[in-house]
Design a protein around this ligand. Sequence first.
Ligand code: NAD
Ligand code: TYD
Length: 350
Amino acid sequence: MKKILITGGAGFIGSHVVRLFVNKYTDYHIFNLDVLTYAGNLENIKDIEKKPNYTFLKADINNANEIDTLFDTHQFDDVIHLAAESHVDRSITDPLAFIQTNVLGTVNLLNSAKRIWKNNLSSHLFYHVSTDEVYGSLHDGGYFLETTPYDPQSPYSASKAASDHFVRAYYNTYKIPVVVSNCSNNYGQNQFPEKLIPLFINNILNKKPLPVYGKGENVRDWLYVVDHARAIDVVFHKGKVGETYNIGGFNEWKNLDLIKVLCKVMDQKLNRTQGESEKLITYVTDRAGHDLRYAIDANKIMKELGWEPSLQFEEGLNITVDWYLNNKNWLENVTSGAYLKYYDEQYSVN
Ligand code: NAD
Ligand code: TYD
């Protein structure tokens, strides 16, 4: 039985990847390693926690000894690495936490894998899940290709870029089989309500202001989280060792346009007068160093590995809004305590 270590599986994207792998590959044993930060929540994967091919390991990738011991005990065959600090705004207030988890934590995993796999490297794979933000900000049109030079602009993207470089350096230097994918902005169920879409759903629900950074003109390329999980499955099984695959939905939205669509959908679903939620839009001080536009060219994964997104954005947004409205308990649980403190600090300065 193949033993696969998935890190960050209690978080947003990781929980969808864990679910997909546990349900689809009953001949694999999936180990979900997560330290359960504010962003990790075992509720996200409650439906699969009793499956015989699933084990949860509460551990911190920053603790090299702990990670080494787990590799010794379980002899993982492959790694799919998603654990990270993932929110740009938090990286602006606390960059060191991002360097620790995203850079040092990744190197700890690489070191353990290198040690355990040294006698038969070629039968293993270290899959590093990364972001399109490593490519920087597009100002004059065009798309991010796998060959686009790295140009990270935020502490978050700099930490992810550094981790990508270490993964490739371990491939080049120690011949650890690796694959990297860089994906655009994800949305969907179980996303922590600090990111744009779930934050605004929660605020509309509670009739709180919708804090739009700057003029709302920044552009992001949005992909439904389950489509990202499907892409990770495809890259893990069919990707070529040493290669990079960009993942995206060819689905660019200016923030303000997206927010207006979201307001409309929410008004409909909450039986509010059309236009009511839009009135909550509040322009606040722009994010420091705010990247203007991200846009992924996903042709390589589509042509070489046969992956494509399954959902149109409107459909995905509908499913997402329905999920949040049907899971108000989840929202209430994650938006108490530490979240409220974060929210006050983040938005009171504006
Ligand atoms: P998330 O913040 O929702 O989840 C991160 C998970 O990692 C949490 O469960 C957290 O508890 C865990 N974690 C954090 N620090 C840890 C540590 N030291 N040890 C063990 N576990 C730890 O993040 P996400 O949005 O699901 O992103 C997952 C991965 O995908 C990240 O690597 C991120 O860079 C990448 N990514 C995210 C997006 C996006 O739009 N969210 C897009 C492209 C790539
Ligand atoms: P976010 O979800 O934080 O993702 P990322 O910064 O990784 O792209 O933000 C998406 C866009 O929405 C980004 O341009 C910043 C903007 N934004 C706001 O305007 N207001 C907010 O409160 C947040 C969280 C984001």
